[in-house]
Write a protein that binds this ligand. Structure first.
Ligand code: GTR
Length: 425
């Protein structure tokens, strides 16, 4: 045993004796040092600023999560093959028909045109390009731009598709200015290629703007309006069109791919990772309700509230579950499970109780049985980690960082450390 190990043992031993001697509380019977807890001040300020919403653990309703490994007919899923061929497709369909919507089957073509190019980006030989994707269907078309930056390396680099819910970071900005929300230079210097697009360029993030987006172009007017896709699914579809292009570029390894997004784009990243199995890692930052957080906890943002404020994000049927979370045939841990056997990273922020950090962590843990069935290592510790202490175990990862709702260089740094391991960089 190391000196440190024996010291720790001694301390624990001493601690367990003192309380018995002096206070009569056998410390060994108490839980081990537990993880993150929301600060009282943040609970108070959240409760004040979001009147009528719950930020108290003690007021989380009683709930039972649907088991990812029990089929709709009550039969246990016993083998990896049953998961892959029967249970996963059935669960995926439940998510499509109840939450994110079913994608149209309209035939389309995509053309990619380079509209800008910078060589030797960051002075390290990276190539940066702005590409315009034009989707054509039934004689009409819709275009959106993305920027893709590829490092100059001996071996092809992994690629990270960033779904940007705030703005398009155009070519010159991506090269000449640094934006922590998508820190291109940092990613490239760490040996990653990256491509970023703006959600609203694929489909406007506004109710009433349907006619201007990809959904208007592709929607199958005969499909069931209750289950038709909405913005989140169309943005995830956009991430796949960016990936189509990226994996054909020299300098990019088509087998090492990731998708990342924050908040509404974090929800989108999870759905992209589920619908498109080419993504090897999904990174969801503070995705909250309709993302990584368990809906049944009704903590922070709820299904009713998200459907009211953002009626254009989820399929129409999702509204049937407003204030009836227990009736949703799925919960978000099963969404995470659908990403297995590929890797998934869930991240939260200390002051972002609206996104329910505890519900995001619990969801990742509750996806665990599927990773077990597939014989993959994953996070199992029911106690959350402490602030700024990433927990990366096998195929799953989590961190909660100091601060407010945002995607920061700190988040990216933790994510890249995990990606390095998965991609064996
Ligand atoms: C919030 C919304 C969240 C989250 C966030 C964002 O207002 O309630 O669900 O998506 O916006 O995207 O920044």
């Amino acid at each position: 045993m190391t000196a440190k190990g024996s010291l720790r043992k001694f301390r624990l031993g001493a601690l367990s004796v003192f309380p018995i001697l002096f206070a009569g509380i056998p410390i060994a019977a108490q839980p081990a040092a537990s993880g993150w807890e929301a600060k009282e001040s943040v609970i108070k300020s959240s409760t004040k600023s979001r009147a009528g919403m719950n930020f108290e653990e003690s007021r989380v309703p009683k709930y039972q999560l649907p088991d990812p490994l029990i089929s709709e007919d009550g039969k246990p899923v016993a083998t990896p093959q049953e998961w892959t061929t029967v249970r996963r497709p059935a669960l995926l369909q439940l998510f499509r028909e109840n939450i994110y919507g079913v994608r149209p089957t309209t035939k389309y073509e995509v053309g990619y045109k380079e509209v800008g190019r910078r060589e030797n980006a960051f002075g390290i030989g990276a190539t940066a390009r702005q590409i315009r994707a034009t989707i054509t269907a039934r004689g009409k078309s819709h275009s959106f731009d993305f920027v893709i930056v590829v490092p100059q390396l001996e071996n092809p680099a992994p690629v990270i598709v960033h779904i940007n819910n705030r703005y398009l970071i155009p070519l010159d900005k991506a090269v000449d200015e640094s934006d922590p929300f998508w820190p291109v230079e940092k990613l490239v210097r760490r040996g990653y290629a990256t491509a970023g697009f703006h959600t609203s360029d694929v489909d406007p993030d506004k109710r009433g703007k349907y006619a201007e987006g990809i959904r208007a172009l592709l929607d199958d007017t005969d499909s069931d309006p209750a289950t038709r896709w909405r913005c989140l699914s169309s943005w995830a579809w956009g991430a796949s069109r960016v990936l189509d292009f990226a994996i054909k570029q020299p300098g990019i390894d088509p087998k090492r791919t990731a998708v990342a997004g924050n908040s509404r784009a974090g929800k989108t990243a999870l759905w992209a990772g589920v619908e498109d199995e080419r993504f090897q890692i999904t990174y969801s930052n503070e995705s909250g309700c309709g993302g990584a957080a368990l809906s049944r906890r009704a903590f922070g943002e709820t299904v009713a509230r998200i459907n009211r404020v953002f009626p254009h994000w989820f399929c129409e049927r999702f509204k049937a579950y407003d204030d009836r979370e227990n009736e949703i045939p799925v919960d978000q841990h099963q969404l995470i499970a659908l990403i297995a056997p590929r890797a998934v990273y869930v991240a939260s922020a200390d002051e972002d109780l609206w996104a329910d950090p505890r519900g995001e962590y619990a969801s990742l843990i509750a996806a665990g049985p599927v990773f077990d069935l597939l014989d993959l290592k994953h996070i199992t510790d029911p106690a959350m980690p402490q602030l700024n202490t990433p927990r990366h175990v096998g195929s799953t990862a989590y961190h909660i960082r100091t601060g407010v709702h945002n995607l920061t260089e700190q988040d990216w740094g933790y994510f890249l450390n995990f990606a390095d391991g998965i991609f064996k960089k």
